[in-house]
Design a protein around this ligand. Structure first.
Ligand SMILES: [Zn+2]
Length: 344
């Protein structure tokens, strides 16, 4: 079976920084026309200069492939809202990312009390800049599997009520509650959905053995949440779109006594998403999810290029090259995927 679709965009990806860009960047241009680059690098992207330098480093690492990197700023506790006006002048500036402090890898400089940042949100509303949110609370009183649902209630709902014209993206939605919330508040809010949250539930991570390469944040949830995500994206609802949250890291950071969260999906994500839609007999809605809904929400034009998806088995390598004599374990390492991406 062959399927031709408008070239997709990845509305949420981590590419890390420095030497490893040579491994993380060229993979994106193979399948995606645009990619929203997350700002949680070792020194967070909090200024125009940092954003320009990061974008230049990304371009320098592209090699033979190309895509448009859409850049984001990291909302730190001392974020200066006055830079938003200058940021907005760059057509590739995409939005502001909010991490609750400590909620995931690279979120140490995130925010504690969201509504304290009124000046930032007011400026974003004025300039029509979207806010992308890692929607989890980090509290010893909240179970790790409940962090998203509690965050919706405690942080996100008050935020959208306080700023009813602020556009908000619930990044990597992982629960039934998240799906319901997006449906209730679309088009003010929307959500990105990862391939791994669609393909796996928490049994894949924590069964009779632990699989650290499937540890991500938000953590994989129970089966009914996975099913709610599948139903939402395959229904064709315009409030859900592709964001891989592909998060590459050295294997030594995955397989160790205190492993980091992050799943590397980028080169295989499109195969996995296609398989999900195929299994649900919903291929008619695939293009909306991969290539149209995100562009529409963000007010950008759909891509003009097309890609072809072919139902042809492909084996994922056991590992990929990485810097400093280490390696990178991709999602589904050593396994066979059912779909491949071809140019048109
Ligand atoms: Zn992320």
């Amino acid at each position: 079976m062959r399927l031709e679709i408008i070239q997709p965009d990845d509305w949420h990806v981590h590419v890390r920084e420095g030497e490893v860009l040579q491994y993380t960047i060229p993979e994106i241009g193979l399948h995606f026309a645009r990619a929203v680059i997350m700002p949680n690098t070792n020194s967070p992207i909090v200024s125009i200069d940092a954003m320009l330098a990061y974008r230049e480093a990304i371009h320098a690492a592209m090699g033979q492939t190309s895509f448009e990197p859409l850049m984001t700023l990291y909302l730190t506790a001392d974020f200066d809202p006055s830079i938003l006006k200058s940021a907005k002048e760059f057509p590739w500036f995409h939005g502001v990312k909010l991490y609750p402090k400590g909620a995931t890898t690279g979120a140490e400089q995130g925010v504690l009390n969201w509504l304290e940042h009124a000046e930032v949100f007011e400026q974003m509303v004025l300039l029509n800049i979207p806010l992308m949110v890692h929607a989890e609370v980090l509290s010893p009183d909240v179970d790790v599997f409940d962090r998203e649902a509690v965050c919706l209630e405690e942080n996100l709902q008050p935020l959208i009520e306080a700023y009813p014209t602020l556009r908000v993206v619930l990044e990597h939605v992982s629960t039934q509650e998240g799906v319901n919330w997006v449906k209730a508040h679309y088009p003010q809010v929307a959500a990105t959905v990862t391939a791994h949250h669609l393909c796996f539930d928490r049994n894949a991570l924590l069964n009779t053995r632990i699989h650290p390469d499937l540890f991500c944040l938000p953590v994989l949830k129970r089966r009914e949440h996975q099913q709610a995500l599948i139903a939402a994206v395959t229904s064709g609802h315009p409030g859900f779109f592709l964001g891989t949250d592909s998060a590459p890291q050295a294997a030594r950071d995955t397989y160790c006594a205190s492993g980091c969260a992050g799943i590397y999906t980028q080169p295989y994500a499109l195969s996995l998403y296609t398989q999900v839609f195929f299994e649900q007999q919903a291929l008619a809605h695939l293009e909306g999810f991969t290539s149209l809904n995100g562009a529409r929400f963000y007010g950008r034009s759909p891509n003009t290029q097309r890609v072809c998806l072919v139902q042809k088995p492909m084996k994922v390598p056991e590992f990929l090259p990485w810097a400093l004599e280490d390696r990178l374990t991709p999602i589904c390492a050593g396994q066979q995927l059912a779909w491949q991406v071809e140019g048109v």
